[in-house]
Design a protein around this ligand. Structure first.
Ligand SMILES: NC(=O)c1ccc[n+]([C@@H]2O[C@H](COP(=O)([O-])OP(=O)(O)OC[C@H]3O[C@@H](n4cnc5c(N)ncnc54)[C@H](O)[C@@H]3O)[C@@H](O)[C@H]2O)c1
Length: 281
């Protein structure tokens, strides 16, 4: 029975993941290497819960109870009693691999280790542990409290029991789990990121302004948000990391990251989180 959840990484995704688990009644410990990120995450969660209260979707008492179930720390060792740990740190295979080795040493024998990776091989992360049968991908969507989908990724050695437990966990969160195989980018980013990358090529080549490109996709294709607004929302560093995984993993030149995307990331223009991307925030 899964009761205690650990979430590692308190950035854009980690704070949302911690929130939805705490809202669903789980005890949640949120870990980050940076104390300021933990402080910011708590603030973001408080604000998000307040919005739910204002919209009448959550009672004041439930807001307080949710916050009481959530604790934050910079010490990974405190995850020793977690039944399931969801990793949401930077999109780097080396960083995630090292973290999974540490989590494997700290966590109880039966604990499930999940990664929120957008594109990195779950099989590779499982191989960094001595429990590859208990390692899977739980790919939440941004913003986590609002998006209904969780892509569940089965690594080469992930057991059916682990997939089943994760699926039940998603349903307790009120989310819909959909299974994908362990290929670069899985389903969501295999399809989404090349579109975003192509939109960036269109900006670079002067086919249209970011506003024009986003408007075409909203008004012409009925997308709720244009691809460049979405790229800013996701984070351009995350988009670049995913394109690199698709390019390296699938070997097809059609996945080559757009040079403009590379340049913007090198310049620290990461989208919403840095204040500047295709738009200014
Ligand atoms: N941004 C999105 O829209 C989105 C959507 C789905 C999945 N993802 C995936 O979620 C993961 C996190 O992305 P994000 O956008 O939240 O990143 P982010 O940059 O906002 O946050 C990453 C956090 O991880 C922390 N961190 C880094 N190394 C750590 C370590 N070793 N131990 C503990 N904390 C560490 C950082 O301090 C930071 O707070 C990535 O794998 C990304 O691909 C992102």
């Amino acid at each position: 029975m899964i009761k205690a959840i650990g979430v590692v990484g308190a950035g854009t995704m980690g704070n949302g993941i911690a929130q939805v688990f705490a809202q669903a009644g789980f005890t949640v410990r949120l870990v980050d290497i940076a104390q300021p990120m933990l402080d910011r995450a708590r603030g973001t969660i408080e604000k998000s819960l307040t919005k739910f209260v204002e919209k009448g979707k959550l009672s004041d008492a439930d807001r307080s109870a949710t916050l009481a179930r959530l604790s934050t720390t910079t010490s990974l060792d405190l995850l020793a009693d977690a039944d399931c740990i969801v990793e949401a740190i930077v999109e780097s295979a080396d960083a995630k691999g090292a973290l999974f080795t540490s989590l494997d040493a700290i966590a109880g024998r039966d604990a499930i280790l999940a990664s929120n990776t957008s594109s990195i091989s779950i099989t590779l992360l499982g191989a960094a542990t001595k429990r590859p049968d208990k390692v899977l991908g739980m790919h939440f969507m941004n913003p986590v409290p609002l998006m209904p989908l969780v892509e569940l990724i089965r690594g080469q050695a992930t057991s059916p029991e682990t997939m089943q437990s994760a699926s039940e966990l998603c349903m307790k969160l009120g989310k819909t789990p959909i299974e994908a195989a362990d290929y670069p980018g899985f389903i969501a980013n295999r399809i989404l990121m090349p579109m975003i990358n192509e939109a960036i090529f269109a900006v670079m080549e002067g086919v249209g302004t970011p506003e024009a490109i986003d408007s075409v996709m909203k008004l012409g294709m009925n997308h709720p948000m244009g691809p460049l607004t979405l790229a800013d929302f996701i984070g351009l560093d995350v988009c670049l990391a995913i394109m690199n995984v698709l390019h390296d993993g699938l070997g097809d030149p059609k996945y080559r990251p757009c040079p403009l995307l590379r340049r913007m990331v090198a310049a620290g223009q990461l989208g919403r989180k840095s204040g500047q991307g295709f738009y200014t925030y």
